[in-house]
Design a protein around this ligand. Structure first.
Ligand code: TRP
Length: 329
C-alpha cells in the first residue's frame, strides 16, 4: 500500500476552515486507499510559538479535530512529530546536502526578508524546509496531501532527496504533492489567504453563536443594499461555494445579481451552510476534546506505529553516509 503523509502545525486554539478544506478533509479521505501517517507538527510550530501551554492545548485540539472529522485511528496513524526524535537527526543529515541558496529561495524566508526581518528570524524558521523534508522522507512517503502553499516545500524536499541519493546511493523515495484542485486558496475574513498569522481565520469548531459572529465580520464592499452585486467578487460567496451544492450556489448568485439583497443576508446564508455542515462533527469534537487522556493514547499509539519505519529509514541514511547503523550504547 502506498503511503500518504502530512503534517499540520498546532497554532492558535484550533484548526481553521482553510486547514479543514485544504488539508484535513483531503488527507482523511485518503485513509482507505493509503497507509496514512498524519502528525501534529509541533517541532515546526516551535519556530514561532512561545506559549508552552498553548502548544499543549493546540496539539489536543488538532488531534480532536482530525478524529471528529473522521480520522480512524485504527487504520491511520495520528501522532506528534516530536515523539519521533529520529526526524531531527535526519534533519541534520539533510542539512549537510542543502545549500543556503535553496533555503533563501523558500517563500516564507523571502517574505521575512522583504519585511526586513532576515536577521531576526530564528534559524528554525530558515531551516523549516529541511525539517519538513525529513518529516516526509523518513517514512518513505509516496504522496503528501497539502494546501497549494506547501507545494514549494515538497519540491525542495524532492531536490534534497535526489541530491542525497546521488551522493550516497539510493536512500529516499521521491514524494509527490497531492493538491486538491477544487480547494486551492481559501480566503479569510479580509479576503487574503486564510491564515492564523493574518488573524483572519475562522475556526472550524466554533459554537454556533461565535461562528455567526465571526462570519458577520467578513469584509465586503460598500455597494448599497438595493444595488446588484457580483458574487464572483465577494469573500462571502467565495466561502459559500465550498459548503453549498450547485443549486444553492446558483440561487445565492441570482440573489446577489438581483439587487435588494445585502451582504448581511449573504452572510446569514453562509452561516447556515457552514453550521449545517459542521454541526455533527462539532458535537463529536466537544466530546473528544474533553478527554485528553484518550487523545494522548491516540497520539502515543500513532507514534508507536510509525517509529520503526522512521528508524529503518534513518538507519539507511546513516549507513549511506558512512555512519554505523543505530545501536544503543
Ligand atoms: N509546513 C506545513 C504547514 O505549515 C506543515 C508540515 C510540517 C507538513 N511538516 C510537514 C506538511 C510534512 C506536509 C508534510 O502546513
Amino acid at each position: 500500500m502506498k503511503r500518504s503523509l502530512s503534517g499540520i502545525k498546532p497554532t492558535g486554539e484550533a484548526p481553521h476552515i482553510g486547514n479543514y478544506l485544504g488539508m484535513i478533509q483531503p488527507a482523511i479521505a485518503l485513509q482507505s486507499e493509503y497507509d496514512a501517517f498524519y502528525f501534529v507538527a509541533d517541532y515546526h510550530a516551535l519556530t514561532t510559538e512561545r506559549d508552552a501551554d498553548l502548544m499543549r492545548r493546540s496539539t489536543y485540539t488538532t488531534t480532536a479535530t482530525f478524529l471528529a472529522f473522521g480520522l480512524d485511528p485504527e487504520r491511520a496513524a495520528f501522532f506528534r512529530q516530536s515523539d519521533i526524535p529520529e526526524v531531527t537527526e535526519l534533519t541534520w543529515l539533510l542539512s549537510c546536502v542543502t545549500t543556503m541558496g535553496q533555503l533563501e529561495r523558500a517563500h516564507a524566508y523571502k517574505a521575512a526578508k522583504d519585511r526586513g526581518e532576515a536577521g531576526v528570524i530564528s534559524h528554525g524558521v530558515f531551516c523549516y524546509p529541511v525539517l519538513m523534508a525529513a518529516d516526509i522522507l523518513i517514512y518513505d512517503s509516496n504522496v503528501v496531501p497539502v494546501g497549494k502553499d506547501q507545494v514549494q516545500h515538497i519540491e525542495i524536499c524532492r531536490d534534497m532527496a535526489q541530491r542525497f541519493n546521488h551522493l550516497f546511493g539510493e536512500t529516499f523515495v521521491l514524494p509527490e504533492p497531492l493538491v486538491d484542485e477544487r480547494v486551492m486558496t481559501i480566503p479569510g475574513i479580509d479576503g487574503r489567504k486564510m491564515s492564523k498569522s493574518y488573524g483572519n481565520d475562522i475556526s472550524v469548531v466554533l459554537p454556533p453563536k461565535k461562528l455567526r459572529k465571526r462570519i458577520m465580520q467578513i469584509v465586503t464592499d460598500s455597494t448599497p443594499l438595493e444595488d446588484p452585486k457580483d458574487p464572483d467578487n465577494c469573500n462571502v460567496f467565495a466561502l459559500y461555494k465550498h459548503f453549498a451544492d450547485a443549486e444553492q450556489q446558483a440561487e445565492l448568485a441570482a440573489k446577489y445579481r438581483g439587487g435588494n439583497f445585502g451582504y448581511g443576508h449573504a452572510k446569514q446564508a453562509l452561516f447556515e451552510v457552514v453550521d449545517a455542515h459542521i454541526a455533527p462533527y462539532r458535537e463529536r469534537y466537544d466530546v473528544l476534546r474533553a478527554d485528553e487522556d484518550y487523545l494522548e493514547d491516540v497520539l502515543r499509539a500513532g507514534a508507536a506505529k510509525v517509529r520503526s519505519k522512521a528508524q529503518e529509514v534513518l538507519d539507511r541514511a546513516r549507513h549511506g553516509v558512512g555512519f554505523p547503523r543505530r545501536f544503543t550504547p
